[in-house]
Design a protein around this ligand. Structure first.
Ligand SMILES: *[C@@H]1O[C@H](CO)[C@@H](O)[C@H](O)[C@H]1NC(C)=O
Ligand SMILES: *[C@@H]1O[C@H](CO)[C@@H](O)[C@H](O)[C@H]1NC(C)=O
Ligand SMILES: *[C@@H]1O[C@H](CO)[C@@H](O)[C@H](O)[C@H]1NC(C)=O
Length: 398
């Protein structure tokens, strides 16, 4: 989940609209779910036992997906697990297991592809490298989904938190497949590699879509059956346009406080601990569960910054948007992929930023050039600018 507040960019308006739209559609979905739950509830008491009962569960669960034939063949491909199926959740878990195995195979296929073809351009090699990174992300997200699903239904767990988290993980896993293909969407891209990729990526995309659809089908009914308090709370919360629930009180304070005590300071003029932001990120603790604050003094920082997966819970505090500027110019025309053109790329979860401008100065003739890319969960931006000509901002988590 990613949150943006008071952010200026051309894409921002559009983006906000999308978010609002998302909540609206969720609201109507839930209303529909309530009516459906009554029907599902009344049907539950029926149904026999034995193998045909398992088949009936598979059939009805797969019916909720966009690719039901694929769903059925997925379950059929795992006969041992299929024989143990009792509920929709078992179908979901079996499909998830299958998806994880498939993504694993896909990783090696893409790796081989990269090794075999000698004629690839620099950008195509870069794109394949991006794909491997994204496939790896997908695997992580699917494994996280699996452990999250194991806790599903525990009494001490808020169902809505759980559902939010899983929906985010599964949609991210799905979106990664598209982002990977983006790298081969330009004119003159290697057709063989492009079509080989397309096949595997679309397969995984559909598998993820099915898992997500089954999950929604199960949880929408359960949430509705749980009473409507969730619906009201959810709507009330979003209407206020307040901070997202997952953002801790401490983090909200850090985003708004007039002064924040940093762990380290970056200053281009040498008056801080580091001269470059990348050096400060490199020196930051790994897998931190505590917030680690990097103050970035006023100035223009000409660098590409990556917050890798292992650098969790970092926060950038600038001196003000328009004052603290991170700027670079990687772009598609000069050989980057859209994915790796980002001036700042955030992969580590729990990233926060305030009072910073993210900029990609590649002009309009350079096609896709991204100022900020976010592949991280639980990330928020407060009073930040995103400036570029095209594809200013990419959020793989929507
Ligand atoms: C679940 O899927 C079934 C089969 O498509 C559908 O009839 C039902 O309305 C869905 N339930 C919810 C809550 O979306
Ligand atoms: C999924 O795979 C795990 C092993 O990673 C196994 O323990 C579990 O039983 C499988 N679940 C289903 C429903 O096949
Ligand atoms: C809920 O209980 C399980 C074990 O019963 C525990 O592992 C988990 O951390 C608990 N979750 C919360 C949110 O307290």
């Amino acid at each position: 989940m990613v949150e943006y507040k008071n952010m200026h960019s051309d894409e921002n308006k559009h983006h906000k609209k999308r978010k609002i739209f998302l909540f609206f559609s969720l609201a109507s979905l839930l209303v529909v779910a309530i009516t459906v739950a009554a029907v599902v509830g009344s049907q539950k008491s029926k149904g026999g036992g034995g193998g045909s009962a398992a088949q009936a569960v598979v059939k009805s669960t797969c019916a909720a997906t966009l690719y039901p034939e694929l769903c059925l063949s997925t379950i059929a491909a795992m006969p041992e697990a299929a024989s143990r199926i009792k509920s929709s959740k078992d179908v979901l878990m079996t499909a998830l297991n299958y998806t994880i195995t498939t993504v694993g195979h896909n990783y090696f296929t893409v790796k081989k592809l990269a090794a075999k073809r000698k004629s690839l351009t620099v950008r195509e090699r870069g794109a394949l490298h991006d794909c491997l990174e994204m496939i790896d992300d997908t695997l992580d997200e699917l494994h996280d989904s699996k452990s999250e699903l194991k806790n599903y239904g525990l009494k001490n767990y808020s169902l809505s938190d759980h559902v939010d988290k899983l929906k985010t993980l599964l949609s991210a896993a799905q979106t990664n497949q598209e982002s990977c293909l983006d790298g081969f969407s330009h004119d003159g891209a290697d057709k063989k590699v492009g079509s080989a990729l397309l096949k595997g990526q679309m397969h995984v995309f559909r598998l993820c879509s099915n898992v997500l659809a089954m999950f929604k089908n199960i949880t929408d009914a359960e949430m509705a059956a749980n009473g409507d308090s969730f619906v009201e709370r959810r709507l009330g919360e979003e209407n206020e346009h307040e901070w997202p629930k997952w953002l801790s009180a401490g983090d909200r304070r850090l985003l708004q406080a007039s002064t924040v005590t940093p762990d380290v300071t970056v200053a281009a003029d040498g008056s801080g601990n580091y001269r470059t932001i990348s050096a400060a990120v490199e020196a930051a603790p790994e897998r931190s569960t505590r917030r680690y604050i990097i103050r970035i003094k006023a100035g223009a920082y000409r660098e590409n910054v990556e917050i890798p997966r292992r650098k969790t819970n970092l926060m950038f505090v600038g001196d003000g948007r328009g004052t603290t500027i991170i700027t670079a110019s990687r772009n598609v025309v000069d050989g980057s992929t859209t994915f790796n053109s980002a001036t700042v790329a955030v992969v580590g979860d729990g990233f926060l930023a305030r009072d910073v401008t993210f900029q990609n100065t590649a002009g309009p003739s350079k096609h896709q050039a991204v100022a900020l890319r976010v592949n991280a969960d639980l990330s928020a931006f407060y009073r930040c600018d995103m400036l570029a000509y095209q594809d200013t901002f990419r959020d793989s988590r929507l």
